[in-house]
Design a protein around this ligand. Sequence first.
Ligand code: HEC
Ligand code: HEC
Ligand code: HEC
Ligand code: HEC
Length: 339
Amino acid sequence: MKNVIKTMLCLGAALLLSGCERPPIATVQTGYRGTGMEQVYNPRTLAQQAPLNEAPVAPEAASADGPKAKDVYKNVQVLGDLSVGQFARHMTSIAQWVAPDVGCSYCHNPQNFADDSKYTKVVARRMIQMTQHVNQDWKAHVSETGVTCYTCHRGNHIPKNVWTAPKDRKYASSLLGDLAGQNLASKEAGLTSLPFDPFSSYLLDNKAIRVNGQEAMAGVGAYANRASLKQTEHTYSLMVHMSESLGVNCTYCHNTRNFASWEESRPQRVTAWHGIRMARDLNNEYMTPLTSQFPTERLGPHGDVAKVNCSTCHQGAFKPLYGAAMAKDFPELLTLAKP
Ligand code: HEC
Ligand code: HEC
Ligand code: HEC
Ligand code: HEC
């Protein structure tokens, strides 16, 4: 009997501890001394992540000499000013980044490369412009590091992390009633029961990301404290998404004694602020207008196209690919091509 109890105790302890991570755990101080702003890392997780965040080696640069793509090919609308050699290098690279398993024919009709009949080619042309736009106009976020197709795609046709508006989850005949867009452990909200779609409000619409009211006291009329409970829950859900996407704690950006205070936040919070606006811009100006190009089976339950959030680029790293500056090797992706 004693042995049975012992075994049960051991099992119980093992079960309890299996939720913990075994030491050593590393902490890195990120804020000023005494603010308790630290990052907690598990070195084993970091070691597993490192190979996933390696950038592929860039092919040797091609010569800018010789005839231009626009003079040789029939239907080049964006990359016409590249030399034929540079153009070929670009095509080989995007094939590797987006469709290494299929190659050129993922976007092309192999009988006629000028043909635009495959939707993937039409989407890819717009993606080239989107990438140029990020690198040229969103330096406040991506700095000189920039992005390439690989930042999001990593050898996949569809980037691993994208979002569409989720299907309605209404259990009219159950005791749970309407879930009100939350109350369900969801991956989007880091397995909390916070709202599972923080993206439509903030990365497509321009709703205020707010918990604290703008005034000291909840007043009346125009002076009322308008940050509702619902808004608060959505804000927290977005924050959980941001932390998970970057693989960091809240203190990577905030001093938790006052989440709202910019003075007490780290500069990374400002970068994140721009990141929110950038994701919103990409979704509204590039992704949504492409909706009609995609076959219906690629659209979400509400008919919207797959869109970008923080994890599309970051994929668990504080900087995508741990800050590897890939874009500089592809100067054709750094500035918007003149039409
Ligand atoms: C991810 C999609 C994609 C892949 C993969 C791809 N291409 Fe392209 N290709 C394009 C797009 C988009 C254009 C048009 C670019 C523009 O308008 O500036 C294009 C244009 C071309 C053209 C010009 C055709 C003409 O006459 O207008 C050639 C040639 C070409 N690609 C060759 C290739 C080769 C060879 C491969 C494989 C190594 C390849 N492409 C892989 C998207 C792709
Ligand atoms: C900021 C992230 C991001 C970057 C950078 C990016 N893409 Fe995409 N791409 C997406 C998203 C999101 C989709 C929509 C997913 C889907 O197809 O449903 C997509 C879809 C595509 C598709 C359609 C895939 C399919 O099978 O439906 C092609 C082709 C493509 N991208 C090519 C490119 C090329 C080429 C580049 C670089 C010039 C590029 N992308 C850069 C996010 C990105
Ligand atoms: C990568 C940086 C970053 C991380 C990590 C982060 N936040 Fe934020 N947080 C921001 C930014 C930026 C804003 C302001 C958004 C805006 O106004 O557009 C914000 C706003 C907030 C607000 C609203 C404050 C107000 O003005 O009412 C709260 C509360 C908050 N964050 C809590 C959290 C919590 C809790 C976590 C961890 C789960 C977290 N944040 C993780 C960057 C971050
Ligand atoms: C188009 C790809 C892309 C998207 C989408 C994106 N980021 Fe970034 N982010 C980057 C790149 C590239 C860098 C590296 C810039 C550099 O080297 O300074 C970066 C850097 C950052 C940093 C600075 C990290 C540091 O330690 O300096 C923060 C914070 C950040 N991103 C937060 C976010 C948040 C939050 C979102 C979603 C709202 C987001 N990012 C969406 C590409 C992206």
